[in-house]
Design a protein around this ligand. Structure first.
Ligand SMILES: *Cc1c(COP(=O)(O)O)cnc(C)c1O
Length: 451
């Protein structure tokens, strides 16, 4: 017991030292730190090692080879850092070690996640009766929502999907945007909707579905829209598209992994009409700045999600709204707890202020980069700045130089078939000084052609 306590104290000490070092560390680790990871590459030990020694190795070799995504100068993949309240809640929940499946497994987790669910709906302005499953990712939550959608569409035709499966079932047509996120395609693929059979809705110059070219919809159509295109940050035209889908009795799912949070900001109008959809996915671990493995499957028809995801057994029955009946997982961490803590510590105004600050910072970045001679390829309506230099070679050289500098990190992308880079502003830690540093570096690199 004493040893366990010492070990946990050592872990806390090391975690705090890591944490203190973030501002001074390279954003992407140095090649030597990455090379040193080879020391992990040993056979499974025949006999166990001292836990203190295990932790020491993890910290001494692992910590230096991490990316500083929990810092303020990481601009990749629209992922945030972790808010203090969320990190602290996660720490406590780890000590609780709850199997957060149902009330019987964990009264605390059950009640707190129910409040988190309500607050998520209130923050996002989505229908209050919706079910909210806290799953591992937008990918997993999309899978959950789309299975509910398919089951419900088939039930309307009198088809019992649970008993009869897919063989001989009426066809469900799936319409996706030409710029659909790869994970939505992945979820569809896993569900058995072959990629060749998807009906692709052409997009406009901003990456939004062009309403004039939307394929026909009917009562067996599953229409997948998106809130926050990964390159441009743009939104499908929900107010126009969703009423058309509703009139046709189609099911509308919205992938809002990061973009849904705009609903909590002063720019909520960007997603007007989104509340009329049938289901939505949203991540906590991106723009809400909660730890990884925290996402939401939200379904207007609570029963549709609860029946599709039901996993009641004779030895494990639970209420319809127990988390194990709303997510893919049977045993699960209380992943709604850090989400609750984030929302409790921010409040409505803090959440709005964080999102609004990122929008302002993205706008400022775009302005500085345009002045320096970069092409900013998107309208920067959200927190994404899509950038290109004069030639593909220069774009790639500047991106590589910025990544190698260790000062900042952002990722590559392709836009209309040519290289670009994407700056995502989504960390609560990103200060105006961090933005200044990123802009200064990119301006300098443009002047020197990436050298
Ligand atoms: C990140 C992202 C996803 C996938 O989210 P995960 O939580 O990583 O599975 C889906 N759609 C969009 C638009 C995203 O940005």
């Amino acid at each position: 017991m004493d040893n366990e306590r010492q070990l946990l104290e050592d872990a806390d000490r090391r975690a705090l030292a890591y944490f203190d070092g973030i501002p001074g560390r390279r954003v992407f680790p140095a090649p030597e730190a990455i090379a040193a990871l080879a020391a992990f590459d040993s056979p499974l030990p025949e006999t166990g090692r001292d836990p203190a020694e295990v932790l020491r190795q993890l910290d001494e070799l692992g910590s230096p080879a991490t990316t500083a995504s929990n810092g303020g100068r990481y601009f990749g993949f629209v992922i945030g850092a972790t808010l203090p309240a969320a990190a602290a809640a996660e720490r406590l929940a780890l000590a609780w070690d709850q199997c957060a499946s149902s009330f019987d497994n964990s009264p605390a987790a059950d009640r707190i996640e129910k409040v988190a669910a309500r607050w998520v709906l209130e923050s996002l302005g989505l229908p209050a009766q919706s079910a909210v499953g806290f799953g591992t990712s937008a990918t997993a939550c999309t899978l959950a929502c789309l299975s509910a959608a398919r089951r419900a569409l088939l039930a309307r035709k009198g088809w019992d999907f649970d008993s009869d499966g897919l063989m001989g079932a009426p066809e469900v047509r799936v319409v996706v945007s030409a710029s659909v996120h790869i994970t939505v395609k992945k979820a569809l693929r896993i569900l058995g909707f072959g990629t060749r059979r998807l009906l692709v809705a052409p997009t406009d110059a901003h990456g939004r579905i062009d309403p004039a070219r939307l394929p026909p919809l009917d009562d067996m159509t599953l229409l997948c829209l998106q809130a926050g295109e990964v390159n441009t940050g743009e939104f499908d035209l929900f107010a126009e598209l969703i009423p058309r889908a509703r009139a046709a009795n189609a099911w509308v799912h919205v992938d809002g992994a990061f973009g849904l949070w705009v609903r909590a900001s002063s720019q909520a109008h960007l997603a007007t009409g989104i509340e009329q959809a049938d289901s939505w996915t949203c991540d906590g671990h991106k723009w809400l700045n909660t730890p990884y493995d925290g996402a939401m499957a939200i379904c207007r028809d609570a029963d549709a999600l609860a029946t599709a995801m039901n996993s009641d057994a004779a030895y494990a029955s639970a209420s319809r709204d127990a988390q194990k009946n709303l997510t893919l997982e049977f045993s699960r961490r209380a992943r709604g707890v850090p989400i609750w803590a984030a929302l409790a510590s921010l409040g409505r105004d803090g959440l709005a202020a964080m999102i609004d600050r990122h929008l302002d910072q993205a706008g400022y970045l775009a302005e500085r980069l345009r002045e320096a001679g970069y092409q900013v390829l998107n309208r920067v309506v959200l927190n994404q700045v899509l950038v290109r230099a004069d030639s593909d070679e220069e774009t790639v050289a500047i991106r590589n130089a910025a990544q190698a500098s260790g000062e900042v990190w952002f990722g590559p992308t392709l836009w209309q078939g040519r290289p670009a880079f994407r700056l995502s502003v989504s960390s609560w830690r990103t200060s105006d000084a961090d933005i200044q540093q990123l802009a200064d570096l990119l301006v300098r690199l443009k002047a020197s052609g990436g050298r």
